[in-house]
Design a binder for this molecule. Sequence first.
Ligand SMILES: *Cc1c(COP(=O)(O)O)cnc(C)c1O
Length: 398
Amino acid sequence: MQEGRPLDFMRARLQALREAQLHRRLRPELGSSEPWLERDGRRLLNLSSNNYLGLATHPALKAAASQASERYGCGSGSSRLIAGSSDLHAELERRLAHFKGSESALLFNSGYVANVGVITALVGPGDLILSDALNHASIIDGCRLSRATCKVYPHNDSDTVARLLAEARSSGQYRTILVVTDSVFSMDGDIAPLGDLIALCRQYGALLLVDEAHATGCLGPGGRGLLAAVACDDEGVIAVGTLSKALGSFGAFVAGPALLTDYLVNVARPFIFTTALPPPVIAASLAALTLLEEQPVLVERLQANAAYLRRGLQALGFNTLTSSTHIVPVLVGDAGLALKMAARLQDYGVLAVAIRPPTVPAGMARIRASVMAVHERSDLDFALEAFERVGHELELLR
Ligand SMILES: *Cc1c(COP(=O)(O)O)cnc(C)c1O
């Protein structure tokens, strides 16, 4: 007979997380996507939102969503292949293909689902994946689910990618080879060497999957992402992007040749076996794309704010790792200390969360600050002042 109660394994796991300072909990926020939000009745500068352009609360998106709910209702009612595919879905896919400069685009219900769906559709047993060590969890899960052989290469190390590709091809062991990378890394805020990776994949006949979750709406010409910046039209280069971050809505997409989207519609289980995105969400995404095309200055404002905060933190003496984008990590090291820093920042009116293992490697706990295009200079000065005070209090700064 087993001793104890049926859920004791949960109690033990949660207790272990608490002891390692890694336990998390949910809390209700008010205005979580606004540049300032309210927590426990206090106003906090929001440096923790992926609503980078402030579009989630934009009047044009709200109006589009409410009009679509009047006309189409709130739910799609079935999967795309059954009867859930409306003219709105088709229009958004056309617009996304145009936005990405690709022949075709296909919606998925979230970025997480897109990565799992695309990777498992592209590769399987007998195939090889080369995956960057800092790739997003959804890519890691897609690799695991695919049952392909997966080799993780050191972060942004294209020399190792070259060596692994050469070895894999000369071994004759693998059919399809897929190289997969974030374009902007979500915890370090640095960018992938896309030019090198594209050339290598071309040389060795490998596919390249680029996750533009944090680049879409943020980087590249008109916010079209980093692939657009390297002007690549290789058939074997596939982009994933999300509508839930800078575009202020929800859902995600894959962009590439029409052959690819036809294939995914028929093969990608996370596309096939789920209800189509709701019409109000699609309408909001369409409105966001229109705004972005009309106001590319939003992208410039985001990157100007990012540079201001990053340089300000560096000038104070903080280590912002290799960030060159709107995601600005402040390295602390110890998970407990990172938590203490986040709590003190909050005391001074700044919400910037502590990121701890397993999201980042042990000993690399940090504060992750991200800016929005709609933050004012005075907001960023307010943040820098709080960082300076906390940095001295916790003896992170000399
Ligand atoms: C946020 C994120 C995702 C997941 O996107 P959702 O639309 O939120 O599911 C995927 N990849 C990366 C790199 C991300 O940062």
